[in-house]
Write a protein of this length. Structure first.
Length: 106
C-alpha cells in the first residue's frame, strides 16, 4: 500500500497494488511498475484467521511496537505478503514497513 498523502489517518488516500517481484528486464509494457528501493524495513510475521489476524497485526505494529522501538516509519510502500484463504481460515503473512532510525536514537 502506498499512502498518497503521507498520512495513515483513517480516510487517507492510498494506492493498493497487487503484484509480483521481478527484475527490470521482466517488466511488461502494459503493466505498471512500482520501484521499491533497497532501504531498511521492519518485517512482522503473522499467523491466524483471515482477516482478523491481519487487522490485529496492523494494530499491534502501530500501537505497541513503534512507540517502544527506536524506529519511525518513512515514506515508501508498505508490503503485505499473504496467501488467499477462505474467511476464517488460518493464513501466514508478512507485513513489511519502511523504517528509519528516529531522531535521538543511537
Amino acid at each position: 500500500m502506498v499512502y498518497l498523502t503521507g498520512s495513515r489517518e483513517e480516510g487517507a488516500e492510498a494506492d493498493y497494488w497487487i503484484g509480483v517481484v521481478t527484475g527490470p528486464e521482466a517488466a511488461a509494457e502494459e503493466l505498471d511498475v512500482l520501484d521499491v528501493p533497497a532501504k531498511t524495513w521492519a518485517v512482522f510475521d503473522n499467523h491466524g484467521p483471515c482477516p482478523s489476524a491481519l487487522q490485529e497485526l496492523g494494530r499491534d505494529v502501530f500501537t505497541p511496537w513503534f512507540p517502544s522501538n527506536p524506529y519511525t516509519s518513512r515514506t515508501g510502500p508498505e508490503l503485505l505478503r499473504t496467501q488467499p484463504v477462505e474467511i476464517g481460515a488460518e493464513t501466514d503473512s508478512q507485513l513489511w514497513i519502511p523504517v528509519e532510525r528516529g531522531s535521538g536514537s543511537a
